[in-house]
Design a protein around this ligand. Structure first.
Ligand SMILES: NC(=O)c1ccc[n+]([C@@H]2O[C@H](COP(=O)([O-])OP(=O)(O)OC[C@H]3O[C@@H](n4cnc5c(N)ncnc54)[C@H](OP(=O)(O)O)[C@@H]3O)[C@@H](O)[C@H]2O)c1
Length: 284
């Protein structure tokens, strides 16, 4: 088992992305709870969610409430688990995603997320996605206020450029602890932010680390080098992918999504997979 830190909190090196349990194709609640419990029992100590992880209008917070339910019925040490949620991205219920970076909205959304998670204070709260209609600085100002009010304990940003992560860290007075950007074998353009986070001592969390819900299962077919190296080790290409991401730095914490126990249990084995320098050089 490998561990990483997000600010002052120690988490497992692989987190659980909970989104597939609440959007299109989601399983029933019993399977979702089994998936979350399987992850926790196997040592996962980070769960990633957002108030927008739901399907229908009127279901805002579906994923957060699911996680709260799972944690309530888990017999393990709940205080060791960091539940990270996000605000500023919305689903009106027609399949689209919209943005709202208005500080007043973000502050009420974070308070609602705390209620849905059943906590006094959120362990890690991200501004989900910059809103082109609201100055980025104003949205980050909401995180400053939420920290001051104790609604959130740690602040992060998602879907940002190198410049934006610097702006956020500056407005937060050096208290930016996490950046969550898309990063996978098929989406490497954000590697500049991964590297910048390392130099600043900020955790970097690749989202859709396996290429996203519709591509994850066929990763080995599209990224054949990952398949070949997996075969040499007798493991799945998904494990190779996550081990490759972990090897990019001690600040990297992939959050593979799952909607069934088998997949998250396979993914977390990536923590024990050691890739050689030659293999890492081939993977890039
Ligand atoms: N910040 C953002 O804007 C943003 C955007 C998107 C996602 N996210 C976060 O990132 C998380 C991960 O992204 P994602 O869920 O979009 O994509 P992903 O992690 O690349 O792929 C998820 C899919 O991979 C499958 N899978 C997981 N482990 C596997 C394994 N070892 N072998 C085979 N298949 C495996 C799962 O299948 P099963 O469903 O069958 O278990 C799941 O549907 C999300 O859950 C969410 O928390 C954040």
């Amino acid at each position: 088992m490998q561990y990483r830190t997000i600010g002052d909190f120690t988490v497992s090196a692989i987190g659980l992305g909970a989104m597939p349990m609440s959007i299109e194709g989601r399983p029933d609640q019993a399977r979702s709870i089994s998936t979350i419990h399987a992850a926790l029992d196997a040592g996962v100590r980070l769960i990633d969610t957002a108030c927008s992880y739901h399907l229908l209008a009127g279901e805002v917070g579906h994923n957060e409430r699911l996680i709260a339910t799972a944690l309530k019925s888990w017999s393990g040490p709940v205080d060791e688990v960091l539940v990270a949620t996000k605000g500023g991205h919305l689903r009106p219920g027609d399949g689209t995603w919209t943005q709202n970076g208005d500080p007043a909205y973000l502050k009420q959304a974070a308070r609602q997320s705390a209620r849905d998670l059943g906590v006094e204070s959120i362990g890690l709260y991200y501004f989900h996605r910059p809103d082109p209609n609201v100055p980025f600085e104003d949205s980050i100002g909401a995180l400053v206020d939420l920290l001051a009010d104790g609604v959130i304990q740690r602040a992060g940003v998602s879907n940002v450029t190198v410049e934006q992560l610097h702006v956020a860290n500056s407005i937060l007075d050096g208290r930016l602890v996490a950046v969550q950007n898309e990063f996978s074998p098929r989406h490497r353009v954000t590697e500049d932010t991964l590297l910048e986070c390392e130099s600043l001592g900020i955790a970097f969390l690749p989202w859709s680390p396996l290429g996203g819900i519709t591509n994850a299962k066929s990763l080995g077919e599209t990224a054949t080098t990952f398949e070949q190296i997996g075969q040499a080790h007798g493991v799945s290409p998904q494990q190779v992918c996550l081990a490759w991401e972990l090897a990019k730095g001690k600040h990297v914490i992939p959050i593979p999504g799952a909607s069934r126990p088998e997949t998250i249990l396979d993914s977390i084995k990536a923590q024990d997979l050691v890739l050689s320098e030659d293999e890492l050089a081939v993977l890039g």
